[in-house]
Design a protein around this ligand. Structure first.
Ligand code: GLA
Length: 379
């Protein structure tokens, strides 16, 4: 059964009637540009062929109920309640409803199903937010644009879930295109579709999910964001986006070592995104590979958000003949991506399994992803 039919059937058995519609949205992988989004910089993500499906119908009262395949509990809030807390995974969809409550015409019933790996750094949460926001936008007749819906998803994450994340994941999930990545200028939210052109070289994007799960609601993610804000303030700019490679000597002389390294990651990463665009346009695979590896090294050494499993995934991918590889997403666990010949995928999976076992790590999951379109109505 496909996931649209799953969502329909799950809705029917949970609520005893058929849903009005089913809306879906993809998870994302980020080719390059990490932690640059909340510094108003550049990111280059793409939607993946793993999606979340939300089957939804409006109710006649003000109650909003969500159920999912992963747990049979019904979570609910009233549109008149104060900001929701607790609620486990349901805080993501109900957080979206709460953020959009001034557009609400009534409450709703919702059933969610998804094949986006959870906690793998592939934005399963943004996929939930974007499918929910798309459904409510249509059912409530809110008339919001895709960019506005992405901002609503981010607000749900920031204000309700309490994760101080940027705008990349929700924008990717809302705006992604088939067979392409999207360059997002996180200052203007301007989008440029970028052809990846990998298939003509028989290359695929492999994901190595380390199975080390992360959460951005606490800890390292927030402290990295704070360091960037401190660095920008001390250097007299409103965001690190305003700085370029030529500012590095000044940054080094003005900042403490740790803040400098955080700032250096952002400045060099923004440049790497721009250089990646050139490499892709010119079909220069060696440069693309080098940029991915430099990005990983910068996250490992300067931003310090990699973990041993991610470093091993990158090393193993390169030893298997990948063009380039790097951790993707927020870090502290999750997944690495590798660009590799399609015929080497099985060898990569095997090599990762062996290397992880040897290091005493949990077995990783290795699979390929294809760039897929953003949120849409399925039914
Ligand atoms: C997480 C956040 C994004 C972004 C990435 C790192 O995925 O949700 O906003 O900051 O980490 O690039």
């Amino acid at each position: 059964m496909n996931l649209t039919a799953n969502a329909q059937a799950g809705f029917l058995s949970s609520f005893g009637y058929a849903p009005t519609g089913v809306w879906s949205a993809p998870g994302r992988a980020n080719l390059i540009g990490e932690h640059t989004d909340y510094n108003n910089g550049f990111v280059l993500p793409f939607g993946i062929n793993f999606r979340t499906y939300a089957a939804v119908s409006l109710r006649t009262d003000r109650i909003c109920k969500v159920v999912s395949e992963i747990d049979s509990r019904v979570y609910e809030i009233s549109l008149d309640d104060p900001k929701p807390t607790g609620l486990d995974w349901a805080l993501y969809p109900l957080g979206v409803a709460w953020v959009m409550r001034d557009k609400a015409t009534s409450g709703f019933d919702c059933y969610i199903t998804s094949d986006v790996p959870i906690g793998a750094g592939l934005s399963s949460s943004a996929a939930i937010e974007s499918s929910m926001a798309s459904a409510l936008n249509e059912l409530w007749g809110a008339g919001l644009s895709r960019k506005e819906l992405a901002l609503i998803g981010q607000q749900a994450e920031n204000q309700v879930v309490g994760a101080p994340t940027g705008i990349m994941d929700q924008t990717a999930s809302m705006m992604a295109q088939n067979d392409a990545a999207v360059l997002i200028d996180c200052q203007s939210l301007e989008i440029t579709v970028v052809d990846l052109g990998l298939s003509k070289h028989d290359l695929v994007v492999a994901v190595i999910d380390t199975q080390v799960s992360h959460s951005h609601a606490h800890g390292g993610y927030g402290s990295r964001r704070t360091s960037c804000e401190v660095g920008a303030k001390e250097l007299g700019v409103s965001s690190l986006r305003e700085l370029s490679l030529s500012d590095l000597p000044r940054a080094q002389s003005q900042l403490d070592d740790e803040t400098f390294r955080r700032v250096r990651h952002i400045i060099t990463e923004n440049q790497r995104v721009l250089d990646t665009l050139i490499a892709l346009r010119e079909g220069h695979l060696a440069s693309l590979g080098r940029l991915l590896l430099e990005s990983h090294a910068s996250m490992r050494d300067d931003f310090e958000i990699s973990v041993a499993e991610l470093d091993l995934a990158v090393e193993t991918a390169m030893a298997t003949g990948a063009i380039g590889a790097r951790m993707t997403g927020g870090g502290f666990g999750g997944a690495a991506i590798a660009i590799i010949h399609k015929d080497k995928l099985a060898e990569l999976a095997n090599n990762c399994e062996l290397a992880f076992a040897k290091a005493g790590f949990k077995a990783p999951r290795v699979f390929s992803v294809t760039p897929s379109e953003g949120a849409k109505r399925e039914l």
